[in-house]
Design a protein around this ligand. Structure first.
Ligand SMILES: [Zn+2]
Ligand SMILES: [Zn+2]
Length: 824
């Protein structure tokens, strides 16, 4: 027996969180006999503020984890912090606070906010990537990659600010190409950098057959990896009296007779060799201009094509023709060989370029349905396959054979070969920054580059450093850090002062969660066997390529090293949508439309905010945040609270079955089915809608006799369980108020009887003159007139009535219709 109370989330939410934590309710034990379920959200950055985007990601993800737990799984749902990165370093530079202190303070603040969210976080597994107990293993992983030739050092281009005398991260370069700190024009400069050989895995990374990921993300990774198949063909030129060859890659070797020009990337080493003295000044100016542009700008299809003629020529090895050599910024050094053959008739970019500079356009491929025409009249390139024309001995080769035939020809002639290329490049992981994991390498005068022995890890990042005003990494000036001894000869050596990209930390954190306190190993094999791979990963679609690709690469590389037994890190992936500001625009400080969840939590409590996030719309679609709509969810909570407490106040329960109580039982079964199927498929909004509909029916009958039946109470108890994943506090409170012991979150998910999920029916027997002629399933609620009409219009019954006159129709409710006809 309970007394009527008012729903007051302030009184119950904090209380239950403390109780759950004290009981260790959400710790996933390593020794449970239940099947495991690894439910993971993306590692948050400790900005110090849990915003709406976090809530929209974490609250539904938590509801899903709770649902799986009630379905019998040992659910692991860890949380931690991606704690290295630029913002802490910027705070250190501008406010003089230590990056470590700033970060740990933010983590403290975020832990509190994460607790308020009421999720079943397994805090015992928390990881913080900037602490030595974590980054020791990031460094160990680097060494494993290094040992196997998967980590290497080479010259690579970086954003360089001549004003600050330092490299810049992409986000420090403003859209107009200037430094965010000093306004200087940022240039690209080649410096020593560390890279990981992700390209070794390009082909395998294209295989998604064992994972369930959103199609869009799979497509983005495909495009990012950018596999193309074609041929490498070597053009050549006489340079200083020698024949020198220059390879180009093309997916369309069948168009080689249409190459009317040749383009080098401005950075190509041949530019200097091939430029004639009369073109040098113009070429130099163009090269300098291209250095100041980002790759994205250069590759933009919007941008008008620019370029200059070098004065030089190369020889087309198939046709023997002399082809003029240009330089143009739409050709990039990093892709293919940094050189292309220009075939304007059959490539759109080449077409635009040729049009602009008056270069001849020669048709060499003609589609079957096309009549010969003058390319000078074309408005665009013709990129489809077709019969080869104007191609010497190859004329008339059909589309189906053209590419293969040209490839075998160039291979026979020794002037090229079949080739597969990828757009994907090796992963540049070194940062000329302080706040990251130091790269465990030292340089000895005698022994050169030497890896730090594993037993000397971690290479500690100093806490106290002197920042340079321009933002240059202070590590290289920290004598205590930089000066060390060579592990081989014991002589003087200097440490690598670059730190690792934070994407390294987030490429393996999901492994560490399974074994977070292991100080002997990064993880034990046992922990991997028990918990990995991640069963469900939930996070933003903005990570479709970098993080999600790097993590896949890590797992595959570590598998090949013998450290892991699986091929893919995340079996199922779900991307939540984006919560827009009240004006329907993306939330941003500059627009002034940022809505913080905290105020609403204070007003309505966590459960209402959680449920509102899930009710807003389909989880993958996001929606517009409307404060008014929170009221609707708040009213539902209050009505539900009221009906549950009232029902138990009434006390006495009638166990007799009535038509009304049977209807309630059907409603209960139907609701279980709907909510179960919806939650399984991340349809939180429709699950909540089903619960609201059920609640409306129960509220409507609150003052009727049925409200005192066992069926009615059972329906309320079931509602509590079905709502528990989404609103964990109110349901826990009411579960206890209604006399249950133990946490509702440890109960088994309600099951349903399929038969009871359909509307009640009976078999209506249709007779003609007392003989059964038809049987039809009809709703139990059918009226007499409906039953009569149904029988009279039934085709089989009608055939027995024929031309006879109907004398009368007898109806026995719930059983039969008998049509009496006069025999003529
Ligand atoms: Zn600068
Ligand atoms: Zn040495």
């Amino acid at each position: 027996m309970i007394t009527r109370t008012k729903y007051n989330p302030k009184e119950i939410e904090g209380k239950w969180r403390t109780s759950w934590e004290a009981a260790g309710l959400y710790h996933a034990p390593d020794n449970s006999p239940k099947p495991k379920f690894y439910n993971l959200v993306m590692l948050p950055y400790p900005s110090g503020d849990l915003h709406m985007g976090h809530w929209y990601n974490f609250a539904p993800a938590d509801a899903y984890g709770r649902f799986m737990r009630m379905n019998g799984f040992n659910v692991m749902q860890p949380i931690g912090f991606d704690a290295f990165g630029l913002p802490a370093e910027n705070a250190a530079i501008s406010h003089g606070v230590q990056a470590r202190t700033w970060t740990l303070q933010n983590i403290d603040a975020m832990r509190q906010q994460l607790r308020v969210l009421g999720a079943q976080w397994d805090w015992e597994r928390e990881i913080i990537s900037c602490l030595p107990e974590y980054y020791k293993w990031s460094q160990w992983l680097f060494l494993q990659f290094y040992k196997r030739g998967l980590a290497y050092r080479t010259k690579a281009p970086a954003n360089w600010c001549p004003g600050c005398n330092t490299t810049l991260a992409n986000e420090q370069v403003l859209p107009d190409g200037t430094c965010e700190r000093c306004g200087s024009v940022v240039i690209r400069k080649e410096i020593d950098q560390w890279l990981l050989r992700i390209t070794n895995y390009a082909e395998e990374l294209l295989n998604f057959s064992h994972i369930e990921w959103p199609d869009k993300t799979v497509t983005m990774q495909h495009n990012w990896i950018g596999r193309s198949e074609g041929a490498e063909i070597r053009f050549w030129a006489e340079i200083a009296g020698h024949r020198e060859e220059i390879p180009v890659f093309t997916t369309r070797p069948d168009t080689i007779y249409g190459a009317t020009f040749f383009v080098l990337a401005p950075e190509h080493p041949w530019v200097e060799k091939i430029t004639t003295p009369d073109h040098k000044a113009e070429v130099d100016a163009y090269v300098d201009q291209a250095r100041h542009m980002s790759e994205i700008e250069r590759m933009s299809t919007e941008k008008e094509k620019t370029g200059v003629f070098t004065g030089g020529y190369v020889t087309n090895p198939v046709s023997g023709e002399q082809v003029p050599v240009w330089i143009a910024d739409y050709v990039l050094m990093g892709y293919g060989s940094g050189a292309i053959m220009g075939v304007p008739a059959h490539d759109e970019r080449d077409f635009e370029f040729a049009r602009k500079f008056g270069i001849p356009i020669r048709e060499v491929i003609r589609a079957a349905d096309e009549a010969p025409s003058d390319p000078a009249t074309w408005t665009e390139a013709r990129e489809s396959l077709g019969v080869m024309v104007n191609s010497g001995p190859f004329d008339g080769t059909p589309a189906s054979e053209a590419i293969a035939k040209m490839i075998s020809y160039i291979e026979e002639q020794g002037i090229g070969k079949h080739m597969v290329t990828y757009r994907l490049r090796d992963w540049l992981i070194s940062r000329q920054r302080y706040w990251g994991a130091p790269i465990p390498i030292v340089y000895c005068e005698q022994h050169g580059m030497v890896p730090v022995p594993e037993e000397q890890l971690p290479v500690l990042l100093p806490d106290n450093v002197q920042f340079k005003p321009g933002g240059e990494s202070p590590l290289r000036y920290e004598a205590d850090f930089v000066n060390t001894t060579c592990p081989i000869c014991g002589g003087h050596a200097t440490r690598e002062a670059d730190t690792m990209d934070t994407f390294i930390c987030s490429s393996w954190y999901f492994l560490r969660y399974a074994d977070p306190h292991n100080d002997e190993q990064a993880w034990s094999e046992e922990a991997m066997q028990r918990w990995l791979p991640v069963d469900q990963y939930i996070g933003g679609a903005e990570h479709a390529v970098m993080h999600l690709l790097y993590a896949r690469f890590f797992v595959k590389a570590l598998r090949d090293m013998g450290y892991l037994h699986f091929d893919e890190p995340f079996t199922r992936l779900f991307h939540q949508g984006i919560v827009l500001g009240p004006d329907g625009q993306k939330m941003s400080k500059s627009r002034g439309n940022v809505v913080a969840p905290d105020n609403f939590v204070r007003k309505y409590g966590t459960d209402t905010v959680r449920c509102y996030m899930m009710f807003m719309g389909p989880f993958d679609a996001g929606g517009t945040f409307k404060a008014d709509n929170l009221e609707g969810v708040w009213r539902f909570m209050n009505r539900f609270w009221g009906v549950v407490t009232d029902s138990w106040v009434e006390g006495k329960v009638n166990t007799q079955e009535t038509a009304e109580s049977k209807a309630i039982e059907r409603l209960r079964n139907k609701t279980i089915k709907r909510v179960t199927e919806d939650l399984r498929n991340f349809r939180f909004n429709t699950a909540l809608a089903a619960l609201m509909e059920c609640n409306n029916v129960l509220v409507k009958q609150q003052n009727e006799p049925v409200a005192r039946t066992a069926a009615y109470r059972k329906a309320l108890e079931t509602m509590l369980q079905l709502l528990a994943p989404m609103a964990p506090h109110i349901t826990e409170e009411l579960w206890h108020q209604t006399g249950h012991t133990g946490s509702i979150h440890l109960t088994d998910w309600p099951s349903y009887d399929e038969a009871l999920t359909h509307d009640e029916t009976f078999t209506l027997v249709m007779q003609v003159n007392g003989k059964v002629r038809e049987r039809v399933e009809v709703p139990a609620t059918i009226s007499e007139s409906e039953a009569r009409m149904l029988a009279l219009n039934n085709p089989r019954v009608a055939s027995f009535i024929g031309e006879h006159t109907v004398q009368k129709v007898i109806y026995i409710p719930g059983k039969l219709v008998n049509i009496v006809v006069r025999n003529s």
